[in-house]
Structures are given as C-alpha cells and as structure tokens.
Design a protein around this ligand. Structure first.
Ligand SMILES: [Zn+2]
Length: 362
C-alpha cells in the first residue's frame, strides 16, 4: 500500500521531471502541467527548496495580468554524480557530472588491458579520486560497463574486463556509502540521449562501437533490457561466415568486423584504402541491424564510437546497407545519425540512470 512518504516521493519526482523536461516554470504552471493542486505544488516546491534541489529564478517575464509569478527551476549544480566509463581497451574515464548532464570534471586512467581483480581495483581507485574532486552533495555513483548487467547491478558477464558474476553495485555501495547504479555502456549511451537529448525521440536503436559492439534499445520512451538483460548484444551476430576468427570461437562476428581496435588497426595497415574499409564495416553493421530495425519498426539509429565510426563514410555505408535490406516504408524513414554527446555518451548516461533511480528524473 502506498504510504504518505511514497506519495511525497512520487510528487517530487513528478515536479522534478516536469522542470527537467520543460525548464523553469511558475508554481501555477506546474500545477496545470502535473494535475496536482496549487497547495500540493507549493508544499513540494518548499520541500525541494529546503533540499536545495530547486531554486527561485525571479519573476516570470512571460507572466500574464495580475500578480507576477516567480519561476522555479532545478538547481543543476546542487548535486553531483560520480561517473565511470569502462568501455575502452586503453583507458577508463571518470567524471563528475551535474544534474543537467554536464561533465564538470574529467579524468582518464591508463588501463592497458587491465582486467579481472586489477580492473576492479582501478575502478575503486577512480571512485576515491572522484570523491576528492566533488565539491557538491553527491547523488551517487554511476558506472557504464560493457557486458551483461542485471537489475541488481551484478556484472553477469563482461568478457573484455574478465568479469563474471561480479556484484559491482553491492561492493561499491558498501565501500563508499553512496547509491550506486551499474548499467551496460550501450544502454547508458541510449539513456543519455533519452534523458538529456532534445526530447524528440521515444524510439531509437543506439549502437556504440568501442572495444566491442553493443546496442541500446529505447522503445516507447523506455530502455528495453530483454528477458536476461542482454537486449542489444549484437556483437557476436555473424555477418561474414568467412570472416576472421572471433574470441567467442565463431567466424566473422560483427565485433571482428567493426569494433574499435580491429577497425583502427585495419585502417592503419592499409593506408590509402580507408574508404573501402569503412564502407565494408558500415555494410556489416547494416547487415546486423536490418532485422532489428524491421522487427521493431524503429528507424532512428544513433551511432557512437571512436573516430572511424563517427565518419560520414561509415554512417552512410551503414544507412545504405540497412535500406537495401528493408522494405521501402521502413527505408524511407531511416535516419542514421551521430550521437549528441560524442564519446561522453556512456558517462552521461550513467549519470542519467542515477538521476532516474534517486530523483525520478528521466
Ligand atoms: Zn564472436
């Protein structure tokens, strides 16, 4: 049964969500938009002002006749989130992120193939460093990790990090005494777009190419994680049966054709044949995505990753490849675009998850 505390929390989230989505508003406006009474809105705003989560921003210049109303907005600097991105083979990235999804402090840490226990040790070290950087109250720690992550923040499996069955959230919560969220890196990147993007996209397929290749699926405005938290794990879909041997034992997995270290190496080795290599890689990604795009009827595809993947050549090749394999109705609406947040997407998405869990902002 819902308690008064549940109701208070839900109403706070409702107001914070409205302010996050629409920017500063008057109390009267908030009542209209949320369906809450004026008295309830005033009480919650007072509560949020006491917590310094919102601030008063002066009189509403667009106010109509009568007594001018005071605008209220989220105080985006009032809380910070400590965020880590564990996606890259050569480094981990740590950042302090504010409530608007802006990176305030960034640090990078060499990891040169650090895995297993030493990777975990490095994660703890980064958290401790970032704690020292944070100058504002902390909302929590958000971690974007490759691999399959369950709802309890257990890394079920992350081959590139040498982790399996690692209770990362529980361990870090105990050690740092803060709320911790652990989320798959491609899912995090999709959440960044959903929470801090332009708000126009409620359906998207977000593909992130780093040491591996993963996709985050947003369906009807919600992140879709699947029945075993492995939705979007497209890295080991075979796109070329005669292709190179993959670490998983198969040949021609998407990861052997498109992932960052392999693609960069191939580009470096050939010199002048760059466009042909990017064309081929884009085509392979399109082969893996065509069925997903068609099955879900989601025609917004966002690509993010290291340099080769963000090129127009690669994007255009992927778009052509998907279009050639889908019906015109789908192909005509297809948009393959770059990420709004470039390679900060996973970091910012890790913060987005903490904002959602702790404040109901999404
Ligand atoms: Zn494979």
């Amino acid at each position: 049964m819902a308690t008064p505390e549940d109701a208070r929390r839900a109403n706070r989230s409702l107001l914070l969500r409205a302010l996050h989505r629409e920017g500063p508003r008057s109390r009267a406006d908030l009542a209209k938009r949320t369906g809450l009474t004026r008295a309830t809105v005033s009480a919650i705003v007072r509560d949020l002002l006491d917590d310094h989560l919102v601030e008063e921003l002066g009189l509403d210049p667009a106010g109509g006749v009568g007594k001018p109303a005071t605008l209220v907005g989220i105080d985006v600097g009032s809380r910070h989130v400590l965020c880590l991105d564990l996606s890259e083979p050569s480094r981990f990235v740590g950042a302090v992120v504010n409530l608007a999804g802006k990176v305030v402090v960034r640090r990078t840490y060499d990891r040169t193939s650090t895995t297993g226990r030493s990777a975990l040790k490095l994660v703890r070290h980064i958290c401790a460093d970032l704690l020292g950087d944070a100058e504002h109250a902390l909302l929590g720690i958000g971690i974007a990790s490759p691999g399959v992550i369950d709802a309890d923040g257990v890394v079920v499996t992350a081959a590139h990090l040498g982790w399996a069955g690692l209770a990362l959230r529980a361990q870090l919560t105990t050690e740092f005494g803060l709320p911790v969220a652990v989320v798959n890196n491609a899912n995090a990147a999709a959440l960044a777009e959903l929470t801090f993007g332009d708000g126009s996209t409620t359906n998207l397929i977000y593909v992130r190419v780093d040491e591996g290749v993963g996709a985050g699926l947003v369906l009807d405005g919600r992140l879709f994680t699947g029945s075993s938290y492995a939705a979007g794990e497209i890295g080991h879909v075979v796109v070329d049966p005669d292709g190179a041997r993959c670490a998983c034992g198969k040949r021609g997995c998407l990861e052997t054709e498109v992932s960052d270290p392999l693609l960069s190496q191939r580009l470096e080795a050939t010199g002048s044949d760059g466009p042909a290599i990017l064309d081929r890689a884009g085509e392979h990604l399109g082969i893996a995505l065509a069925t997903v795009v068609s099955a879900l009827d989601v025609t917004n595809v966002v690509l993010s990753g290291s340099d080769p993947v963000t090129t127009e050549t690669f994007r255009a090749a992927a778009a052509r490849s998907i279009a050639a394999r889908t019906m015109p109705l789908t192909a005509d609406r297809l948009v393959v675009r770059a990420s709004t947040f470039a390679f900060d997407d996973a970091l910012i998405g890790a913060a987005a998850r903490v904002l959602d869990v702790e404040l109901g902002i999404r």
